[in-house]
Design a protein around this ligand. Structure first.
Ligand code: AHM
Ligand code: MG
Length: 331
């Protein structure tokens, strides 16, 4: 049989990280377990009218939790059981959460996570995702983790990736040696290697930006958008606008087909909307590992020094030539 499951793949690659003694493998396995559980919940989302609206009380009088809360709790559960992660920073929580598993304090790693990005799309059956990044802690194992453990530059990542809950569920991740994608086969309940060694095209056709904010864009972005449309007429429609408003889905399409994802600074949000730790660093890491680029316009995203958990930054990421083109207009 030619199938390789996520578990088999992780074990095969374990020798790439002799220092990790299997800990990183366990973390990736636990992320895979949490992803499968969240995928099952996401698939039931359309049944909320029968089971009870998320955030409401169901017919049995029980509170129906919002899916992003379920996602958050599922990751905490899986990673506390695993014991390799000492602390988690989550888009769902204001502060860093020290994990409380029996062995968590001795864990050598931390995780930053957006358990369910694009959750406003759930009600309308549009793809959403989970985004994660794993770092080695900077404090001593056995001591209380501190903010310094999660406020690390993207260049310190040991593993990062995302899960997309789309027409199928996929887990895409990198440990710094390229990007691999796994599709969940619901008939056996396993992620199977479906997209080995993903390389994003250097050039692409899609540009993804919320043009509803065009009135507030910096001049360079306005100029770029004009250029994109002008070259439309001149060279037989080379560019297409594609914007779902669910970053994992927009990014995933662009990664595979070639494209650029842009969330610029706006007058209302001078640092853009997207979070450095939870969204921009991990997705930028994947773009770069796949041969693309990711920048705030001023700096490679992996070189930005985080100063607070919910920090926001502008972002341009995707196909190398397209990112460079956007930046060439000024950002
Ligand atoms: P969220 O973390 O609250 O879900 O917001 C992040 C989402 C991204 O998935 C998406 O790219 C972006 O917000 C869309 O924002 P906008 O509606 O401003 O274009
Ligand atoms: Mg988010």
């Amino acid at each position: 049989m030619s199938i390789t499951t996520l578990g088999q793949f992780i074990i095969e690659k374990q020798q790439d990280f002799p220092y990790a003694k299997g800990e990183l493998s366990r973390i990736l396995r636990d992320i895979g377990i949490a992803a499968k559980m969240i995928s099952a919940e996401v698939n039931k989302a359309g049944l909320t009218q029968i089971l009870g609206e998320h955030g409401s009380v169901n017919v049995q009088g029980e509170d129906v939790k919002k899916l992003d809360i379920i996602g958050n709790e599922t990751f905490i559960w899986a990673l506390e059981k695993g014991g390799e992660i000492c602390a988690m920073a989550s888009e769902e929580n204001d502060d860093m959460i020290p994990l409380q598993g029996a062995y968590s304090k001795n864990g050598k790693y931390v995780i930053c996570i957006d358990p369910l990005d694009g959750s406003s799309n759930i009600d309308v059956n549009v793809s959403i995702g989970t985004i994660f990044s794993v770092y080695r802690r900077v404090t001593e194992p056995g001591t209380e983790p501190t903010l310094a453990d999660v406020l690390q530059k993207g260049s310190e990542i040991v593993a990062a990736g995302y899960v997309i809950y789309g027409s199928s569920t996929m887990l895409v991740y990198s440990t710094g040696k390229g990007v691999n994608g796994f599709t969940l086969d619901p008939s056996i309940g396993e992620f199977c290697l479906s997209h080995p060694n993903i390389k994003t095209p250097a050039e692409g056709k899609m540009y993804s930006i919320n043009e509803g904010n065009a009135g507030e864009f910096p001049a360079g972005v306005t100029e770029y958008l004009k250029w994109v449309k002008e070259s439309d007429k001149a060279s037989n429609r080379p560019y297409s606008a594609r914007y779902i408003g669910s970053m994992v889905a927009d990014f995933h399409r662009n990664l595979l087909k070639g494209g650029v994802f842009i969330y610029p600074p706006t007058a209302k949000a001078p640092n853009g909307k997207l979070r450095l730790l939870f969204e921009c660093i991990p997705m930028g890491y994947i773009a770069i590992q796949a041969g693309g680029e990711a920048t705030t316009g001023k700096q490679n995203i992996l070189e930005v020094e985080p100063t607070e958990i919910h920090q926001r930054v502008p972002i341009v990421m995707g196909s190398k030539n397209m990112v460079e083109k956007v930046i060439s207009f000024g950002f």
